[in-house]
Design a protein around this ligand. Structure first.
Ligand code: RFL
Ligand code: PHB
Length: 394
């Protein structure tokens, strides 16, 4: 016999979208249970996003999750954009009055786990065979096994926060869902290194050899990326080769700037794609975060979009569960998709402007756009507005 539990919302996935949703729902007076296939340690240790936009920090702070960001995060006024012989600082604060914060996804996840465990949030880790039921009814359910025990959770709604490989997005019937996809013809080789960053703010570099980026996690840890061809095996890139390529692509040939190398502690190749599935809800199922959309990381938007989705979804589920008011839940998909498509476009634009291809025509258009950004305040303001983030509910 399956153990049967009842709650207001079953949340599938304990990544940032799922954990933040459970936190925001509690503030709405709504109960939830979180179901996650991986272990708590695995979810906590994934190295992913590094930048929180202005609205994300505001939201996390309002939700009582801002103390460590304020203490340990690093507020940045903007970014550097560069190409051979030129490096330009774009000051988002001067341009739009908004800043961004360097605060890793691993840290956001730690803060969420601490807050949820203080609130005694019920979370099933290492759940197997997670299956969704009766999504077109007002009494949907999720079943899974925990250890050897079958468990069934019945609720008023299911939140699909299970990332790009989870089962929730596929639970929307084929006849209803539409997907849009763009696979980019390059990947990122990402490294984490135990060395002080050689820059005060992030550098996004166009170079004939390919894009490179210098980011960071703290005063002693740097995060760097190189454009590589799709399918590149990590072991083709020795540490020496990586540092040499980074020095070439990030060097801009002026004022003696140098990249300081150091011990590399993590190395991986990330494919780049855009993917959007619509609608973001069906019946009693609501998708949020990577379960509904993926963006290439060049715009630093993935985590921020997940945060923005659940900021809309929590009050919508609050109205549904507490008052039986379906209006905000029905509007959720359209409202969330406005921001999703804006960020999908921005991420595509940053990606295609900065990654080199074999086509010399593309290179001329890219350099022309970069020159425009360097010389036009209107151009820079557009980039800044998108990078530092539009208000939630835009
Ligand atoms: P997550 O973090 O993938 O969490 C989904 C959770 O669902 C679980 N899950 C299931 N749970 C129950 N039942 C099932 N059947 C399940 N199947 C899966 C998973 O184990 C997982 O714990 O999605 P979420 O919460 O939507 O958060 C989204 C962000 O994680 C993501 O957008 C960003 O990390 C994207 N991203 C980046 N975003 C940025 O803004 N800047 C970056 O630099 C950046 N780098 C990255 C990234 C994503 C990466 N991935 C996905 C490979 C680098 C990488 C490598
Ligand atoms: C990161 O620090 O990992 C990072 C920052 C900005 C991006 C992508 C990744 O656009």
């Amino acid at each position: 016999m399956a153990q049967t539990l009842r709650t207001d919302v079953v949340i599938v996935g304990a990544g940032p979208a799922g954990m933040l949703l459970s936190h925001l729902l509690e503030a709405e007076g709504i109960e939830s249970i979180v179901v996650e296939t991986r272990s708590q340690e695995y979810v906590a240790s994934r190295i992913r996003a590094g930048i929180l936009e202005h609205s994300s920090v505001e939201l996390l702070t309002e939700a009582g999750l801002g103390a460590r960001i304020e203490r340990e995060g690093d507020e940045h006024r903007g970014i550097y954009l560069q190409w051979p012989h030129e490096r330009h600082h774009l000051d988002f604060v001067d341009l739009t009055g908004r800043s961004v914060w360097v605060y890793g996804q691993t840290e956001v996840q730690k803060d969420l786990v601490a807050a949820r465990s203080a609130a005694e949030q019920e979370i099933f880790y290492e759940a197997a065979e997670v299956t969704l039921h009766d999504l077109e009814s007002e009494r949907p359910a999720v079943t899974f096994t925990a250890g050897d025990e079958p468990v069934r959770i019945e609720a008023r709604a299911v939140a699909g926060c299970d990332g790009s490989f989870g089962p929730c997005r596929a639970a929307v019937p084929d006849a209803v869902r539409q997907t849009w996809e763009r696979v980019y013809p390059y990947s990122w080789l990402g490294v984490l290194a135990d060395v002080a960053p050689s820059t005060d703010e992030l550098i996004y570099a166009w170079h004939p050899d390919g894009f490179a980026m210098h980011s960071m996690r703290s005063a002693t840890v740097s995060r760097l990326y190189l454009q590589v061809p799709n399918g590149t095996p990590v072991d083709q890139w020795s540490d020496d080769r990586i540092w040499q390529a980074l020095a070439t692509r990030l060097g801009h040939g002026q004022d003696g700037w140098e990249l300081t190398p150091g011990p590399i502690t993590d190395k991986s190749v990330l494919p780049m794609r855009s993917h959007v599935q619509t609608p973001m809800s069906h019946g009693s199922l609501f998708l949020a975060g990577d379960a509904a959309h993926i963006v290439p990381p060049t715009g630093a938007k993935g985590l921020n979009l997940a945060i923005a989705d659940v900021a809309l979804l929590a009050p919508a589920l609050g109205a549904l569960v507490r008052r039986g008011d379906e209006g905000p839940a029905q509007a959720y998909s359209d409202t969330a998709l406005r921001r999703v498509w804006r960020c999908t476009h921005f991420s595509w634009w940053m990606t295609t402007m900065l990654h080199t291809s074999d086509d010399p025509f593309d290179a001329q258009l890219q350099l022309s756009q970069l020159h425009w950004l360097a010389t036009s305040e209107a151009g820079r303001t557009g980039l800044a507005e998108n990078y530092a983030g539009l208000p939630i509910g835009f």
